[in-house]
Design a protein around this ligand. Structure first.
Ligand SMILES: C[S@@+](CC[C@H](N)C(=O)[O-])C[C@H]1O[C@@H](n2cnc3c(N)ncnc32)[C@H](O)[C@@H]1O
Length: 595
């Protein structure tokens, strides 16, 4: 799509870099940012510089207002994609959605976009969606103008709908199984997992009973999560359901779209009232983990019934060392208790002054957007202590998000590759799974589920008293030790001493190269078959494959890291993701579209 939210020339990093070279670096020349007072000094100096910095002009900040002229352009773009010789209906629907988000309520542009989206739905044989769009078009003031056209197409959609074959019952059963992730109760987590602390790992998670591959030890909802920008016109911004053909817009901004009035209302209550006026600028100039930080702050304020004074008092009295997401009763936990578990997450420990300064600069941008444009302004203007609270919250949660926010993936069908690809759909911050430390030979997998939740699934048997480890990115199968350790130091600021680093486990390629005639082995033939099944995304076949792989991994774990076991782990992780993560419906659309 040509309409993007990121406009690089106003990117917060670029603007900061210039300011750092021209002004900030000199001011903090002799400061040691490793020390707390040094970091505080850098933060204060950045605040002072920001005070005289024309941030509104430098970032070209502007109010987010509905714009029918822009909506008209987007409508035209949609029509170009819809033309019979082009027939790129998915692109067309996205442009119509963008048009709907920009259009004023009741405008001609909005009515036409709904109507055209009904035509796209009709082409893709999505007759129910087609009718939904008629209802939405009816709701605009333009209904009288388009009523005849609507009547004809509505009748055709209703006729076609009558012929739709229902989903076979066994498919429905599997769908149910996939949505209700098994073994996922919080009771299980409470009894099996404990949070401990030591010098080497800081806080870490151990199991108090033996666990075997395939067990699900955590299922949790994120405290804050943000949909990827490129999916704004495809999925509901609140529940994340794919609703390409029926999204409705937030009337306050041009960014968020929802599947229903209900989701719109819930989002507004939970956080959006503090984001609505600033989200488009945030998307334009800032980065994704900062959107998570903003949403965390907004959700936290809402959790305190929008009472900043009460929030301040609560945070001042909070004994951070006593907060434990694993000891908490999540059934009875209040919204404030839930925020506590995010407030105490580890924050990004910048090892260079420039990073400390950048975090402070970024926090200033978000803080000023909130003060300038939201309902926080009146109370913060008169109370300096609440301004400080707000700034500290933004800065803290920026660092927490930088260290803990993770990508949530789903499978999208790529017509050019004729296969599914795993791609991120959201960025999210979780309480419990953020306590998992890294290993290059992980024994658990963090898996994104539908609707934004995540599950932690056991990959290898774990004995009572052992620590659970996830991989933060690099794993011994794909990267050699020096490369892994370099990236851990660079991005996560610690030296990895996991079992794979200690024993210098080979990469999978190195192990295969060292195996005689692996190419013609039974193991290789079996794993090729396994990979073909997984690639097919046939969930019925994948279910039985998972049982086979699980049994193999649980029986032969002592042999790790042999080639067959490493291959089995990789396949197992992929198979679980295929079964339980969300797979886009987009594969179905291509039968009707030109690629
Ligand atoms: C997401 S947190 C994990 C929980 C963390 N240990 C805590 O106390 O909050 C990530 C941080 O944990 C620490 N960490 C993670 N894996 C580690 C490992 N294998 N060895 C040492 N420290 C680790 C690093 O400080 C890293 O920045």
């Amino acid at each position: 799509m040509s309409q993007t939210l990121a406009e690089d020339e106003y990117n917060v990093k670029h603007v900061f870099n210039t300011l750092w070279i021209e002004r900030i670096a000199k001011l903090v020349d002799n400061v040691n940012a490793h020390k707390a007072d040094g970091a505080l000094f850098v933060t204060r100096e950045v605040g002072r510089v920001f005070h005289t910095f024309q941030y509104r002009t430098k970032f070209n900040l502007r109010d987010d207002v509905k714009n029918n002229a822009k909506a008209r352009d987007l409508l035209k773009k949609g029509d170009e994609m819809f033309a019979p010789n082009v027939a790129r209906y998915i692109e067309a629907a996205k442009h119509y959605n963008e048009c709907i988000a920009f259009s004023k309520p009741g405008s001609e542009e909005r009515a036409e976009a709904y109507l055209n989206r009904s035509a796209v739905s009709f082409k893709l044989k999505r007759y129910e969606d087609c009718l939904v769009n008629f209802r939405l078009a009816h709701g605009t003031n333009q209904a009288a103008r388009i009523v005849n056209l609507m009547k004809d197409r509505e009748r055709m959609a209703l006729d076609s709908l009558a012929y739709i074959i229902s989903v076979p019952p066994n498919a429905r059963r599997l769908q149910k199984h996939m949505n209700e992730f098994p073994l996922s109760s919080r009771t299980r987590v409470k009894t099996a997992l404990e949070l401990r602390k030591n010098d080497q790992f800081g806080r870490h998670v151990v199991t108090n009973c033996d666990l075997s591959a395939g067990q699900v030890v955590i299922v949790e909802k994120p405290f804050a999560s943000v949909l990827k920008s490129y999916l704004r016109c495809v999925r509901c911004a609140f529940c994340y359901e794919e609703r390409l053909f029926t999204l409705i817009p937030c009337e306050g901004c041009t960014v968020e779209m929802y599947c229903s009035q209900e989701c719109m209302g819930k989002a507004y209550e939970a956080y959006h009232r503090y984001e609505c006026a600033i989200l488009r600028d945030m998307h334009r100039i800032s980065v994704e983990y900062a959107w998570v930080a903003l949403r965390t702050v907004a959700t936290a304020i809402a959790s305190f019934d929008h009472n900043l004074e009460a929030m301040k008092e609560h945070i001042e009295r909070l004994d951070e060392s006593s907060v434990n997401a694993f000891g908490m009763n999540w059934q009875t936990a209040t919204a404030k208790d839930k925020y506590n578990t995010i407030h105490v997450l580890s924050s990004y420990q910048a090892h260079r002054k420039i990073y400390v300064a950048f975090a402070a600069f970024h926090a200033n941008v978000i803080y000023h957007l909130l003060i300038d444009r939201t309902e926080l302004r009146p109370i913060c203007i008169v109370k300096p202590e609440l301004r400080k609270l707000l700034f500290d919250l933004v800065l803290r949660n920026l660092k927490v998000a930088a260290n803990n926010a993770t990508k949530q993936n789903f499978f999208s069908y790529k017509v050019s590759e004729q296969s599914y690809r795993s791609e991120p759909y959201a960025h999210a911050c979780f309480s419990m799974s953020s306590m998992l430390n890294h290993s290059c030979a992980p024994n658990v997998l963090k898996l994104a589920l539908r609707g934004g939740r995540c599950a932690v699934v056991v990959l290898r048997p774990i004995r009572q008293g052992e620590q659970l480890f996830v991989s933060y990115g690099d794993c011994h199968k794909t990267a050699p030790r020096p490369a892994r350790q370099r990236s851990m130091i660079l991005f996560d600021n610690f030296m990895c001493k996991c079992v794979a680093c200690k024993h210098n486990y080979k990469t999978l390629k190195q192990s295969i190269d060292a195996t005689t005639n692996f190419e013609n082995s039974i193991e290789n033939r079996y794993i090729s078959h396994v990979n073909n099944v997984i690639d097919s995304h046939d969930k019925f076949l994948v279910v039985s494959l998972i049982s086979e792989l699980k049994a193999y991994i649980n029986t032969f774990d002592d042999d790790y890291p042999t080639v067959p076991l490493c291959l089995a782990h990789t396949a197992f992780a992929r198979a679980i993701a295929v079964l339980h993560s969300f797979t886009s419906e987009n594969a179905d659309y291509w039968a009707f579209c030109k690629p």
